[in-house]
Design a protein around this ligand. Structure first.
Ligand code: AMP
Length: 215
């Protein structure tokens, strides 16, 4: 069963999906994380994606299809939270076809956050180079500057978290990704959760919304 977690870049999808994994046992698939792994390993997919990602644009759909197939698995019993896919209408249709029969999409949960808060979140974000945990320089700083609380590895700023790429990513979101919300709304699968405020409260609301989708 698939839950599609939607929201603009910086809405907190990654953090919330990690909490759903740790606290509820759902499996998270993040296409952004998968692509960053390819870039780090220097695979052909990584070589194709690196510059596009740094600019904040979308990696071609055919590459994402390979990534999706690699990650999705075929266990119909598990609940998979998809973070970062689909990002346009073509991908939404592809997802429907790829998972048909094995992993029905049971809901699309939209983490809704104001644009001004998003820019502030993205520009202050720092990510662990090893385990991928996200911090924020002021809202959620690590205990030791530049060091991950969870695994002790160094933190870095994603190359696409600079002002120019943030603006491109938000544009791409408005143009290509937002129509996907309507795609799921029309199929009766859409629900919205307020993504502003305290992380634990957002998590409770999100967890409840997902339970409703799964029942
Ligand atoms: P994220 O970590 O979800 O913010 O993704 C980081 C970057 O990876 C995006 O800005 C895109 O360049 C690329 N990416 C991730 N998921 C997709 C997708 N579904 N389609 C196209 N590009 C993607």
């Amino acid at each position: 069963m698939i839950i599609v977690l939607m929201g603009a870049p910086g809405a907190g999808k990654g953090t919330q999906a990690d909490m759903l994994t740790d606290q509820v046992g759902y499996r998270k698939i993040s296409t952004g994380d998968a692509l960053r792994k390819h870039v780090k390993l220097g695979t052909p997919v990584g070589k194709q994606a690196a510059d596009i990602m740094a600019r904040g644009e979308l990696v071609p759909d055919n590459v994402l299809l390979d990534v999706l197939r690699e990650e999705i698995g075929s266990n119909p019993k598990e609940v998979v939270v998809l973070d970062g896919y689909p990002r346009n209408l073509t991908q939404a249709e592809t997802l429907r076809q790829v998972v048909e029969g094995v992993h029905p999409v049971r809901g699309c949960v939209h983490l809704d956050v104001d644009r001004s808060a998003i820019v502030e979140r993205l520009s202050g974000r720092r990510v662990c180079s090893s385990c991928g945990t996200s911090f924020h320089v002021s809202a959620n700083p690590p205990k030791k500057d530049g060091v991950c609380d969870k695994c002790g590895a160094s933190l870095y700023q994603r190359p696409d978290d600079d002002a120019k790429s943030i603006s491109v990513r938000l544009d791409v979101y408005d143009r290509s990704t937002e129509p996907v919300l309507d795609y799921y709304r029309q199929r009766g699968l859409y629900c919205k959760v307020n993504g502003a405020g305290v992380t634990d409260e957002i998590f409770r609301e999100l967890r409840d919304a997902i339970s409703t989708c799964l029942n």
